[in-house]
Design a protein around this ligand. Structure first.
Ligand SMILES: Cc1cc2nc3c(=O)[nH]c(=O)nc-3n(C[C@H](O)[C@H](O)[C@H](O)COP(=O)(O)OP(=O)(O)OC[C@H]3O[C@@H](n4cnc5c(N)ncnc54)[C@H](O)[C@@H]3O)c2cc1C
Length: 322
């Protein structure tokens, strides 16, 4: 385990935004995670945050007065292993992308939908990540996790797919604030044709993201969840009846927040170095040195416009840390 004091979070987080953290504890194996928990206990640190790549987080400019346990991929290359029956076991700090390539190299498929989705295995399980019709729960077998009690004590738990209670972008890891140590995924032995098709899907999904998303600037993925509550969709349709066709077709019953933000005229709106992307309006990009309060200002502006236009505010998808 490596211990760092007073780390400027903007230098380690995907969004490149955030003040100083009192401690960052880098863990690249199960053993190092236990060392980090011991460090937290012996130093009586009560504020702890578990970090992967930070691709879905907005930390405050004021920083974080506690310990951040940052999961890294295992250095000895043994973080990902193949078990019997095409089950892949992974340390929580491995990139989801590494699992996909590990599988491809062994003729295994099942996670190709996640091409271009940034993040670690632990966070992927916690948030039941999904894209292009796939979700982690579809291949998840079980996870080894830790329930941390805040006073330094913890217990170990193993949760299978059913026990994990996955639903849209959530799981018991999220609900009960568990720490994922490792997870297993059921992949499928592919024929040469299936393997080729899976590789094509993987690269096509990356290309789609490169075409549609503003990946040339640091960002945190989608800022808001698309609107899915029936009454909220109806409110939008009352004002904009012409989008019914999109709702019933391309958007599968939801309303795209990128579309809404664009139509409200907020595309390209800037607050300091934070900007509502010109390319995809549900992204707020960091044009260089953006501050958390600037991003929050733009989020508040979108919320106000939505409240004024439709009488409700959309649900924020990015996790805002206080
Ligand atoms: C360009 C872009 C595109 C994206 N596209 C998608 C998409 O298509 N679909 C989608 O679902 N998401 C998407 N995201 C969001 C993001 O990729 C996911 O939320 C991802 O799972 C975050 O992984 P991370 O390692 O960066 O987690 P972090 O951002 O570091 O953390 C996210 C949460 O997971 C927790 N966490 C991290 N590690 C662990 C662990 N070991 N145990 C328990 N909790 C843990 C953290 O405490 C935090 O609450 C996108 C993000 C970006 C920037």
């Amino acid at each position: 385990m490596n211990i760092y004091n007073n780390v400027l979070l903007s230098t380690i987080l995907w969004y490149q935004i955030g003040g100083v953290a009192r401690y960052v504890l880098d863990v690249a194996s199960r053993e190092e995670l236990y060392d980090a928990l011991e460090f937290v206990k012996s130093n009586k640190i009560t504020k702890v945050f578990v970090l992967g790549l930070g691709s879905n987080l907005l930390f405050p400019d004021e920083g974080f007065d506690g310990a951040i346990i940052r999961f890294l991929m295992q250095e000895d290359g043994k973080g990902i292993q193949l078990f019997e029956n095409n089950i892949v076991d992974s340390f929580a700090g491995e990139f989801l992308d590494s699992i996909i390539h590990f599988g491809f190299d062994k003729g295994l498929v099942g996670l190709e939908w996640a091409g271009g989705l940034p993040g670690t295995v632990g966070a992927a399980v916690r948030g039941n990540v999904g894209a292009f019709g796939g979700e982690i729960k579809d291949v998840f077998v079980k996870a080894h996790a830790i329930r941390w009690f805040g006073d330094g004590d913890y217990e170990e738990v193993t949760l299978n797919n059913e026990e994990m209670k996955f639903s849209y972008r959530t799981s018991r890891v999220k609900e009960e604030k568990l720490i994922v140590v490792s997870a297993q995924f059921q992949l499928k032995q592919a024929t040469p044709e299936e393997l080729l098709a899976a590789r094509e899907t993987y690269y096509a999904n990356i290309t789609y993201r490169q075409d549609k998303h503003p990946l040339d600037y640091p960002n945190c993925g989608s800022v808001f969840k698309n609107i899915s509550k029936k009454e909220e969709v109806e409110r939008i349709l009352e004002s904009w009846p012409d989008v019914r066709e999109l709702v019933e077709g391309k958007w599968h019953g939801k309303v795209s927040m990128g579309y809404v933000i664009d139509r409200l005229g907020l595309k390209g709106q800037q607050n300091g170095a934070a900007q509502i992307s010109e390319k995809h309006q549900n992204f707020i990009v960091n044009k260089g040195g953006a501050k958390a309060h600037e991003v929050k200002g733009l989020i508040a502006e979108i919320e106000e416009e939505m409240q004024e236009s439709f009488g409700f505010t959309p649900e924020v998808e990015v996790e805002i840390i206080s």
